[in-house]
Design a protein around this ligand. Sequence first.
Ligand SMILES: Nc1nc2c(ncn2[C@@H]2O[C@H](COP(=O)(O)OP(=O)(O)O)[C@@H](O)[C@H]2O)c(=O)[nH]1
Ligand SMILES: [Mg+2]
Ligand SMILES: [Zn+2]
Length: 350
Amino acid sequence: MKSIGRRNFVQAFILYSSYFYSKQITFKKVFVSNKIGTVVKSTGSWYSVRLENETKELLDCRILGKFRLDDLPLTNPVAVGDQVEIDQTDGKAMIKKILPRSNYVVRQSPRRKHDLHLLASNIDQAVLIVTVDFPHIKPGFIDRFLLMNAKFDIPVTLVFNKFDLYQSHHLDVLEEMKSIYTKIGYSVLTTSVVQKTGLDAFKELLKDKCSLLSGQSGVGKSSLVNAIQPHLELRTGEISDYSGKGQHTTTFAEMFELDFGGRMIDTPGIKMLAFSDKDPRNIAHSYREMFAYSENCRFGGSCLHRSEPGCAVKLAVETGEISALRYNNYLGLLEETEDQNYWERHKEDI
Ligand SMILES: Nc1nc2c(ncn2[C@@H]2O[C@H](COP(=O)(O)OP(=O)(O)O)[C@@H](O)[C@H]2O)c(=O)[nH]1
Ligand SMILES: [Mg+2]
Ligand SMILES: [Zn+2]
Protein backbone atom coordinates (compact mmCIF):
# COMPACT_ATOMS: atom_id res chain seq x y z
CA MET A 1 0.00 0.00 0.00
CA LYS A 2 2.75 2.29 0.99
CA SER A 3 4.63 1.83 -2.26
CA ILE A 4 1.44 2.28 -4.31
CA GLY A 5 0.81 5.47 -2.42
CA ARG A 6 4.27 6.68 -3.20
CA ARG A 7 3.88 5.71 -6.85
CA ASN A 8 0.63 7.63 -7.01
CA PHE A 9 2.33 10.58 -5.50
CA VAL A 10 5.17 10.35 -8.02
CA GLN A 11 2.71 10.02 -10.89
CA ALA A 12 0.69 12.95 -9.61
CA PHE A 13 3.85 14.97 -9.31
CA ILE A 14 4.90 14.13 -12.86
CA LEU A 15 1.44 14.95 -14.14
CA TYR A 16 1.36 18.21 -12.25
CA SER A 17 4.81 19.30 -13.32
CA SER A 18 4.21 18.42 -16.97
CA TYR A 19 0.94 20.34 -16.76
CA PHE A 20 2.76 23.28 -15.25
CA TYR A 21 5.50 22.97 -17.87
CA SER A 22 2.99 22.89 -20.73
CA LYS A 23 1.34 26.01 -19.30
CA GLN A 24 4.68 27.66 -19.19
CA ILE A 25 5.33 26.76 -22.82
CA THR A 26 1.94 28.10 -23.85
CA PHE A 27 2.65 31.24 -21.92
CA LYS A 28 6.03 31.57 -23.61
CA LYS A 29 4.51 31.04 -27.04
CA VAL A 30 1.92 33.73 -26.55
CA PHE A 31 4.53 36.03 -25.15
CA VAL A 32 6.84 35.55 -28.11
CA SER A 33 4.17 35.50 -30.83
CA ASN A 34 3.01 38.91 -29.69
CA LYS A 35 6.29 40.19 -30.88
CA ILE A 36 6.66 38.32 -34.12
CA GLY A 37 5.84 40.02 -37.37
CA THR A 38 6.38 40.01 -41.11
CA VAL A 39 8.40 42.68 -42.87
CA VAL A 40 6.09 44.18 -45.48
CA LYS A 41 8.15 47.11 -46.67
CA SER A 42 11.63 48.46 -46.29
CA THR A 43 12.93 51.88 -47.11
CA GLY A 44 16.55 51.38 -46.25
CA SER A 45 16.77 52.33 -42.63
CA TRP A 46 13.10 51.81 -41.64
CA TYR A 47 11.09 48.63 -41.88
CA SER A 48 7.33 48.27 -41.76
CA VAL A 49 6.47 45.14 -39.84
CA ARG A 50 2.98 43.68 -39.58
CA LEU A 51 2.48 41.94 -36.26
CA GLU A 52 1.22 38.38 -36.46
CA ASN A 53 -1.42 38.68 -33.78
CA GLU A 54 -5.08 39.68 -33.83
CA THR A 55 -4.20 43.36 -34.02
CA LYS A 56 -2.24 43.02 -37.30
CA GLU A 57 -0.67 46.26 -36.17
CA LEU A 58 1.85 47.87 -38.50
CA LEU A 59 5.02 49.00 -36.75
CA ASP A 60 7.82 51.17 -38.03
CA CYS A 61 10.98 49.43 -36.89
CA ARG A 62 14.69 49.94 -36.93
CA ILE A 63 17.32 47.24 -36.75
CA LEU A 64 19.10 46.31 -33.58
CA GLY A 65 22.60 45.01 -34.19
CA LYS A 66 24.05 43.47 -37.30
CA PHE A 67 22.59 40.73 -39.40
CA ARG A 68 24.51 38.59 -41.80
CA LEU A 69 23.45 36.06 -44.38
CA ASP A 70 25.92 33.36 -45.42
CA ASP A 71 28.61 36.05 -45.42
CA LEU A 72 27.07 37.70 -48.46
CA PRO A 73 27.83 41.40 -49.00
CA LEU A 74 24.27 42.64 -48.60
CA THR A 75 23.12 46.23 -49.03
CA ASN A 76 20.01 45.42 -46.97
CA PRO A 77 20.15 42.87 -44.19
CA VAL A 78 16.38 42.51 -43.77
CA ALA A 79 14.10 41.50 -46.63
CA VAL A 80 10.42 41.93 -47.31
CA GLY A 81 8.89 38.61 -46.30
CA ASP A 82 11.20 38.12 -43.34
CA GLN A 83 9.69 36.89 -40.11
CA VAL A 84 11.19 38.96 -37.35
CA GLU A 85 11.17 39.25 -33.60
CA ILE A 86 10.39 42.71 -32.35
CA ASP A 87 11.55 44.34 -29.17
CA GLN A 88 9.34 47.19 -28.10
CA THR A 89 10.74 49.31 -25.33
CA ASP A 90 10.46 53.05 -24.64
CA GLY A 91 7.92 53.29 -27.45
CA LYS A 92 10.54 52.28 -29.99
CA ALA A 93 10.21 49.13 -32.06
CA MET A 94 13.39 47.29 -32.97
CA ILE A 95 13.97 44.21 -35.07
CA LYS A 96 16.19 42.09 -32.90
CA LYS A 97 16.10 38.75 -34.66
CA ILE A 98 15.32 37.35 -38.11
CA LEU A 99 13.72 33.92 -37.95
CA PRO A 100 15.18 31.26 -40.24
CA ARG A 101 14.22 31.85 -43.88
CA SER A 102 12.72 29.05 -45.95
CA ASN A 103 14.26 30.75 -48.99
CA TYR A 104 15.33 34.13 -50.31
CA VAL A 105 15.97 35.90 -53.58
CA VAL A 106 19.01 38.10 -54.11
CA ARG A 107 20.28 40.09 -57.02
CA GLN A 108 23.25 42.29 -57.69
CA SER A 109 22.64 45.71 -56.24
CA PRO A 110 21.61 48.13 -59.00
CA ARG A 111 23.75 50.81 -57.36
CA ARG A 112 26.76 48.97 -56.02
CA LYS A 113 28.06 46.32 -58.35
CA HIS A 114 29.83 44.22 -55.76
CA ASP A 115 26.99 44.19 -53.30
CA LEU A 116 23.86 42.12 -53.26
CA HIS A 117 20.33 43.23 -52.71
CA LEU A 118 17.88 40.96 -50.90
CA LEU A 119 14.66 41.21 -52.90
CA ALA A 120 12.38 39.01 -50.82
CA SER A 121 12.24 35.97 -48.59
CA ASN A 122 9.91 33.13 -47.62
CA ILE A 123 8.07 33.10 -50.92
CA ASP A 124 6.02 30.29 -52.49
CA GLN A 125 6.60 31.32 -56.07
CA ALA A 126 7.93 34.00 -58.38
CA VAL A 127 5.96 35.50 -61.25
CA LEU A 128 7.61 37.37 -64.08
CA ILE A 129 5.46 39.58 -66.28
CA VAL A 130 6.80 40.01 -69.80
CA THR A 131 5.55 40.91 -73.26
CA VAL A 132 6.99 39.65 -76.53
CA ASP A 133 7.51 43.14 -77.89
CA PHE A 134 5.77 45.88 -75.84
CA PRO A 135 8.44 46.53 -74.60
CA HIS A 136 10.72 43.97 -76.14
CA ILE A 137 12.19 41.33 -73.82
CA LYS A 138 15.89 41.95 -73.46
CA PRO A 139 17.84 38.89 -74.59
CA GLY A 140 18.54 36.61 -71.68
CA PHE A 141 16.28 38.49 -69.29
CA ILE A 142 13.97 35.56 -68.61
CA ASP A 143 16.88 33.20 -68.06
CA ARG A 144 18.47 35.61 -65.61
CA PHE A 145 15.23 35.80 -63.70
CA LEU A 146 15.06 32.00 -63.57
CA LEU A 147 18.66 31.90 -62.44
CA MET A 148 17.85 34.30 -59.62
CA ASN A 149 15.23 31.85 -58.39
CA ALA A 150 17.28 28.71 -58.97
CA LYS A 151 19.17 28.55 -55.69
CA PHE A 152 16.07 27.48 -53.77
CA ASP A 153 14.24 25.99 -56.75
CA ILE A 154 11.44 28.53 -56.38
CA PRO A 155 8.61 27.76 -58.84
CA VAL A 156 8.38 30.40 -61.56
CA THR A 157 5.53 31.34 -63.89
CA LEU A 158 6.08 33.55 -66.91
CA VAL A 159 3.09 35.73 -67.72
CA PHE A 160 3.03 37.05 -71.27
CA ASN A 161 0.85 40.14 -71.11
CA LYS A 162 -0.62 42.41 -73.82
CA PHE A 163 -1.69 39.36 -75.82
CA ASP A 164 -4.14 41.61 -77.70
CA LEU A 165 -1.22 43.30 -79.44
CA TYR A 166 0.49 40.16 -80.72
CA GLN A 167 0.66 39.71 -84.48
CA SER A 168 1.52 36.45 -86.16
CA HIS A 169 5.30 36.83 -85.80
CA HIS A 170 4.85 37.65 -82.12
CA LEU A 171 2.69 34.58 -81.73
CA ASP A 172 5.49 32.50 -83.23
CA VAL A 173 7.90 33.86 -80.62
CA LEU A 174 5.36 33.19 -77.90
CA GLU A 175 4.92 29.58 -79.01
CA GLU A 176 8.65 29.03 -79.06
CA MET A 177 9.07 30.52 -75.58
CA LYS A 178 6.19 28.45 -74.28
CA SER A 179 7.72 25.25 -75.57
CA ILE A 180 11.22 26.08 -74.24
CA TYR A 181 10.11 26.96 -70.74
CA THR A 182 7.31 24.49 -70.15
CA LYS A 183 9.64 21.70 -71.28
CA ILE A 184 12.01 22.50 -68.44
CA GLY A 185 9.29 22.75 -65.82
CA TYR A 186 8.24 26.39 -65.72
CA SER A 187 4.67 27.56 -66.25
CA VAL A 188 3.54 30.01 -68.89
CA LEU A 189 0.36 32.10 -68.93
CA THR A 190 -0.91 34.61 -71.47
CA THR A 191 -3.01 37.59 -70.47
CA SER A 192 -4.53 40.72 -71.86
CA VAL A 193 -5.78 43.44 -69.58
CA VAL A 194 -7.47 45.13 -72.54
CA GLN A 195 -9.39 42.06 -73.71
CA LYS A 196 -9.71 40.70 -70.17
CA THR A 197 -8.31 37.31 -71.08
CA GLY A 198 -6.26 35.07 -68.82
CA LEU A 199 -7.17 37.17 -65.79
CA ASP A 200 -8.94 34.38 -63.92
CA ALA A 201 -5.93 32.13 -64.39
CA PHE A 202 -3.65 34.91 -63.17
CA LYS A 203 -5.82 35.39 -60.08
CA GLU A 204 -5.88 31.64 -59.44
CA LEU A 205 -2.09 31.59 -59.70
CA LEU A 206 -1.72 34.15 -56.91
CA LYS A 207 -4.50 32.85 -54.67
CA ASP A 208 -3.41 31.72 -51.20
CA LYS A 209 0.29 31.98 -52.00
CA CYS A 210 3.06 34.42 -51.26
CA SER A 211 4.27 35.52 -54.68
CA LEU A 212 7.13 37.67 -55.79
CA LEU A 213 5.94 39.74 -58.75
CA SER A 214 8.45 41.27 -61.13
CA GLY A 215 8.76 42.66 -64.60
CA GLN A 216 10.50 45.28 -66.64
CA SER A 217 8.73 48.62 -66.45
CA GLY A 218 5.91 49.07 -68.93
CA VAL A 219 4.93 45.40 -69.29
CA GLY A 220 1.61 46.07 -67.55
CA LYS A 221 2.30 44.72 -64.09
CA SER A 222 0.27 47.42 -62.34
CA SER A 223 -2.58 47.10 -64.83
CA LEU A 224 -2.70 43.34 -64.38
CA VAL A 225 -2.74 43.53 -60.59
CA ASN A 226 -5.38 46.25 -60.61
CA ALA A 227 -7.53 44.11 -62.91
CA ILE A 228 -7.73 41.27 -60.39
CA GLN A 229 -7.44 43.27 -57.17
CA PRO A 230 -8.94 46.73 -57.55
CA HIS A 231 -8.06 49.52 -55.14
CA LEU A 232 -4.61 48.21 -54.40
CA GLU A 233 -2.34 51.19 -54.14
CA LEU A 234 0.52 49.97 -56.30
CA ARG A 235 3.03 52.69 -56.74
CA THR A 236 3.30 54.17 -60.17
CA GLY A 237 5.88 56.52 -61.56
CA GLU A 238 8.30 53.86 -62.66
CA ILE A 239 7.87 54.95 -66.24
CA SER A 240 10.83 57.35 -66.03
CA ASP A 241 12.87 54.22 -65.56
CA TYR A 242 11.48 52.72 -68.72
CA SER A 243 12.49 55.67 -70.89
CA GLY A 244 15.97 55.37 -69.48
CA LYS A 245 15.92 58.85 -67.94
CA GLY A 246 16.50 59.72 -64.37
CA GLN A 247 16.99 57.64 -61.29
CA HIS A 248 14.89 54.81 -59.95
CA THR A 249 11.82 56.29 -58.36
CA THR A 250 11.39 53.26 -56.13
CA THR A 251 13.92 50.60 -55.41
CA PHE A 252 12.24 48.76 -52.60
CA ALA A 253 9.87 45.86 -52.63
CA GLU A 254 6.53 45.92 -50.84
CA MET A 255 4.15 43.20 -49.68
CA PHE A 256 0.39 43.45 -50.19
CA GLU A 257 -2.44 41.31 -48.86
CA LEU A 258 -4.83 40.10 -51.55
CA ASP A 259 -8.58 40.22 -50.80
CA PHE A 260 -9.15 36.83 -52.42
CA GLY A 261 -6.39 35.24 -50.34
CA GLY A 262 -2.64 35.36 -50.60
CA ARG A 263 0.08 37.93 -50.51
CA MET A 264 2.07 39.55 -53.23
CA ILE A 265 5.47 41.16 -53.08
CA ASP A 266 5.67 43.88 -55.68
CA THR A 267 9.17 44.73 -56.84
CA PRO A 268 10.17 47.91 -58.64
CA GLY A 269 10.65 47.64 -62.39
CA ILE A 270 13.77 45.56 -62.94
CA LYS A 271 16.01 46.81 -65.70
CA MET A 272 18.62 44.11 -65.87
CA LEU A 273 19.84 41.36 -63.64
CA ALA A 274 23.53 40.68 -63.16
CA PHE A 275 25.16 38.24 -60.82
CA SER A 276 28.41 39.26 -59.21
CA ASP A 277 27.84 36.62 -56.54
CA LYS A 278 28.00 33.65 -58.86
CA ASP A 279 30.95 31.81 -60.29
CA PRO A 280 30.79 29.99 -63.65
CA ARG A 281 30.22 26.56 -62.13
CA ASN A 282 27.47 27.95 -60.00
CA ILE A 283 25.80 29.32 -63.14
CA ALA A 284 26.22 26.02 -64.97
CA HIS A 285 24.54 24.18 -62.14
CA SER A 286 21.70 26.70 -61.98
CA TYR A 287 20.51 25.92 -65.51
CA ARG A 288 18.38 22.97 -64.52
CA GLU A 289 18.28 21.14 -67.86
CA MET A 290 22.05 21.49 -68.32
CA PHE A 291 22.65 20.26 -64.82
CA ALA A 292 20.54 17.19 -65.60
CA TYR A 293 22.67 16.41 -68.65
CA SER A 294 25.99 17.19 -66.98
CA GLU A 295 26.18 13.81 -65.29
CA ASN A 296 26.94 12.43 -68.74
CA CYS A 297 29.65 14.99 -69.48
CA ARG A 298 33.15 13.53 -69.37
CA PHE A 299 34.09 16.06 -66.70
CA GLY A 300 30.76 15.70 -64.92
CA GLY A 301 29.81 18.53 -62.59
CA SER A 302 32.93 20.52 -63.35
CA CYS A 303 32.18 20.74 -67.10
CA LEU A 304 31.24 24.28 -68.17
CA HIS A 305 29.86 22.91 -71.46
CA ARG A 306 31.95 25.19 -73.64
CA SER A 307 34.67 23.34 -75.50
CA GLU A 308 35.35 20.48 -73.12
CA PRO A 309 35.61 17.09 -74.81
CA GLY A 310 32.77 14.63 -74.32
CA CYS A 311 30.26 17.29 -73.31
CA ALA A 312 26.72 15.88 -73.14
CA VAL A 313 25.18 19.35 -72.96
CA LYS A 314 26.71 20.50 -76.24
CA LEU A 315 25.52 17.32 -77.86
CA ALA A 316 22.01 17.90 -76.53
CA VAL A 317 22.06 21.43 -77.93
CA GLU A 318 23.09 20.06 -81.33
CA THR A 319 20.27 17.53 -81.34
CA GLY A 320 17.80 20.18 -80.17
CA GLU A 321 17.07 18.54 -76.83
CA ILE A 322 18.42 21.59 -75.04
CA SER A 323 17.29 24.97 -76.34
CA ALA A 324 20.01 26.80 -78.30
CA LEU A 325 18.52 30.08 -77.07
CA ARG A 326 19.02 29.07 -73.43
CA TYR A 327 22.47 27.71 -74.18
CA ASN A 328 23.62 30.91 -75.90
CA ASN A 329 22.30 33.03 -73.09
CA TYR A 330 24.18 30.79 -70.73
CA LEU A 331 27.46 31.30 -72.62
CA GLY A 332 26.94 35.07 -72.54
CA LEU A 333 26.32 35.03 -68.83
CA LEU A 334 29.38 32.88 -68.23
CA GLU A 335 31.55 35.35 -70.09
CA GLU A 336 30.06 38.27 -68.22
CA THR A 337 30.75 36.64 -64.87
CA GLU A 338 34.31 35.86 -65.84
CA ASP A 339 34.82 39.48 -66.91
CA GLN A 340 33.56 40.64 -63.53
CA ASN A 341 35.91 38.23 -61.85
CA TYR A 342 38.71 39.59 -63.97
CA TRP A 343 38.14 43.05 -62.54
CA GLU A 344 37.76 41.53 -59.14
CA ARG A 345 41.14 39.81 -59.43
CA HIS A 346 42.87 42.90 -60.77
CA LYS A 347 41.29 45.44 -58.47
CA GLU A 348 44.56 46.17 -56.72
CA ASP A 349 46.52 46.54 -59.95
CA ILE A 350 44.26 49.18 -61.45
N1 LIG B 1 -2.67 46.76 -75.20
C1 LIG B 1 -2.46 46.52 -73.93
N2 LIG B 1 -1.93 47.48 -73.13
C2 LIG B 1 -1.71 47.20 -71.83
C3 LIG B 1 -2.04 45.94 -71.27
N3 LIG B 1 -1.68 45.96 -69.98
C4 LIG B 1 -1.17 47.18 -69.71
N4 LIG B 1 -1.19 47.94 -70.84
C5 LIG B 1 -0.69 49.31 -70.98
O1 LIG B 1 0.72 49.30 -70.85
C6 LIG B 1 1.18 50.51 -70.22
C7 LIG B 1 2.04 50.20 -69.01
O2 LIG B 1 1.21 49.59 -68.02
P1 LIG B 1 1.57 49.58 -66.48
O3 LIG B 1 0.53 48.77 -65.82
O4 LIG B 1 1.81 50.96 -65.97
O5 LIG B 1 2.96 48.81 -66.54
P2 LIG B 1 4.02 48.51 -65.37
O6 LIG B 1 5.12 49.52 -65.53
O7 LIG B 1 4.52 47.14 -65.66
O8 LIG B 1 3.33 48.60 -64.07
C8 LIG B 1 -0.08 51.30 -69.86
O9 LIG B 1 -0.29 52.26 -70.86
C9 LIG B 1 -1.17 50.24 -69.87
O10 LIG B 1 -2.42 50.77 -70.18
C10 LIG B 1 -2.60 44.94 -72.14
O11 LIG B 1 -2.91 43.81 -71.76
N5 LIG B 1 -2.78 45.29 -73.45
MG1 LIG C 1 3.79 49.76 -62.44
ZN1 LIG D 1 29.38 19.53 -70.44
